[in-house]
Design a protein around this ligand. Structure first.
Ligand SMILES: Cc1cc2nc3c(=O)[nH]c(=O)nc-3n(C[C@H](O)[C@H](O)[C@H](O)COP(=O)(O)OP(=O)(O)OC[C@H]3O[C@@H](n4cnc5c(N)ncnc54)[C@H](O)[C@@H]3O)c2cc1C
Length: 336
C-alpha cells in the first residue's frame, strides 16, 4: 500500500483528531481500526447521554451542534462520522493491527489485511476492548455480559448488576424501569463518588425504598444454575439470578502494547511510558494518544482532555525533531 507519513491506530475520537492535526501540518495520514468508525462509542449503551457537553468533545475545530445540553451516543457517532467525511480522512476500518515492524522513518504496520508503510505511528487504541473480568466459571454471554446496550431483554428477569460507578448505576436503573428485578452488587462500601449527580439520588432512593436490592462490600463467589453465591459482610448469601451485567470497567490491551515494544511503568496504574510533552514513547517515532495513556487509570484521560494530545503529537512530528536531541531533558510521566 502507498506509504504515508503517519499511521494512526484507532479511529476513536482521539485517533481522528490526531489524523486531522497531522494533515493540517501538511503530513499524509491514514487511520486504521479493527472495527467500525468510533468503535467504542458504538459499543456504549444505546441512547446513552454522554457526560460531556458538546463543545468539550469537538475535534478539528468542527462545531458539534445539538439541541441537548449533553449529546447522546448516537449524536456523537453522527458527529464524528460527519467530521471524518468532511475531512476526507483515509480510513481503513475492520482491519486489525497485529504489530508494528521497523523503526522511525521506516515503519511497517502489519494488519490482518496487509502492510502499511509510514514514518511515524500514533497508537490511539483506548481502553474499551478488554473488560475487567470477575474471573468466575460461567462468566460468558448471554448469562454474563460486560457490554451493556439496552434493558429490553431483561424484563421480568432476575438481573444482578455488578459495580458501583456510572455504567452500573445507569444499567441498574434502566433495567429496573423496564421491569427487571434488579440486585446491585458492589465490593465498595457505597456507590463511587464519581456517580453523576443526576444518577445518584435516583438509584439511592430506589435502593432505600427496596425496589432495587443492593449488596455493598460484597462479591460474587460463584455463578450457578438460576442463582449466584455471594460473599457479603453478613456471610455467604444465595440469590436468584438469570443474568449478570458486569459493569466492572475495562483496561487497555497490554498484550498489544507489548507487541509494540512499549515500556510500562511499574506504578499502580501500569502507565505506558511516554514523554508528557510530545507523547512519544520509548520507541522513537511511535506515539501514544488518548485514553490509552492512562493505563489502568481509565478516568485520567477522556475525550475532553485526550483530544489535545493530537496537536502536541502533530507539532512534534511536523517539527521533525530527532529523538536523540530530547533524550537528555525528557521527563517520563508516572501516574502517581
Ligand atoms: C460508557 C462511557 C461513556 C463515556 N462518556 C464520555 C464522555 O461523555 N466524555 C468524555 O470525554 N469521555 C467519555 N468516555 C471516556 C472516553 O473518552 C471514551 O472512551 C473515548 O472513546 C476515548 O477515545 P479514544 O479515541 O482515546 O479511544 P477509543 O474511542 O476507545 O478508540 C480506540 C479505537 O482503537 C481501536 N483499536 C484498538 N486496538 C486496535 C488494533 N489492534 N487495531 C486497530 N484498531 C484498534 C478500537 O477499535 C477503537 O475504535 C466514556 C467512556 C465510556 C465507557
Amino acid at each position: 500500500m502507498d506509504s504515508v507519513d503517519v499511521v494512526v491506530i484507532g479511529a476513536g475520537p482521539v485517533g481522528l483528531a490526531c489524523a486531522i492535526a497531522a494533515r493540517r501540518r501538511g503530513l499524509t495520514a491514514r487511520v486504521i481500526d479493527k472495527g467500525p468508525l468510533v468503535c467504542s462509542l458504538v459499543g456504549y449503551p444505546n441512547q446513552m447521554e454522554l457526560f460531556s457537553t458538546p463543545e468539550l468533545i469537538e475535534i478539528g475545530g468542527h462545531p458539534f451542534a445539538t439541541r441537548r445540553y449533553k449529546p447522546t451516543r448516537e449524536e456523537a457517532i453522527d458527529y464524528y462520522r460527519g467530521v471524518a467525511r468532511s475531512e476526507q480522512l483515509d480510513l481503513r476500518l475492520y482491519e486489525k493491527v497485529l504489530r508494528v515492524e521497523g523503526e522511525r522513518d521506516a515503519f511497517s504496520v502489519m494488519t490482518e489485511k496487509g502492510t502499511h508503510s509510514c514514518r511515524r505511528v500514533v497508537v490511539a487504541t483506548g481502553f474499551f476492548d478488554v473488560p475487567n473480568r470477575l474471573g468466575l466459571e460461567g462468566e460468558q454471554p448471554p448469562r454474563v455480559i460486560h457490554y451493556y446496550k439496552e434493558p429490553y431483554a431483561y424484563t421480568g428477569q432476575e438481573v444482578a448488576v455488578v459495580g458501583g460507578k456510572n455504567s452500573a448505576a445507569k444499567a441498574a436503573l434502566d433495567c429496573y424501569r423496564n421491569g427487571a428485578r434488579v440486585t446491585l452488587i458492589h465490593r465498595g462500601e457505597s456507590l463511587s463518588d464519581r456517580v453523576k449527580y443526576w444518577l445518584r439520588p435516583d438509584l439511592e432512593n430506589r435502593i432505600q425504598e427496596g425496589n432495587i436490592q443492593a449488596f455493598f462490600s460484597s462479591e460474587i463467589r460463584a455463578i450457578e444454575e438460576g442463582r449466584l453465591l455471594l460473599e457479603t459482610p453478613d456471610g455467604p448469601r444465595s440469590i436468584a439470578n438469570d443474568f449478570v451485567i458486569a459493569m466492572t470497567g475495562y483496561r487497555p490491551s497490554y498484550d498489544f502494547l507489548a507487541t509494540l515494544g512499549m515500556d510500562i511503568h511499574k506504578d499502580r496504574a501500569r502507565t505506558p511510558v511516554y514523554d508528557d510533552t510530545t507523547f512519544e514513547t520509548n520507541r522513537p517515532g511511535l506515539y501514544l494518544a488518548g485514553t490509552v495513556c492512562g493505563g489502568l487509570h481509565t478516568g485520567r484521560w477522556f475525550i475532553e482532555n485526550g483530544r489535545h494530545h493530537a496537536e502536541q503529537i502533530a507539532e512534534h512530528i511536523a517539527s521533525g525533531h530527532a529523538p536523540e536531541v530530547d533524550l537528555a531533558n525528557r521527563h517520563w510521566v508516572t501516574a502517581e
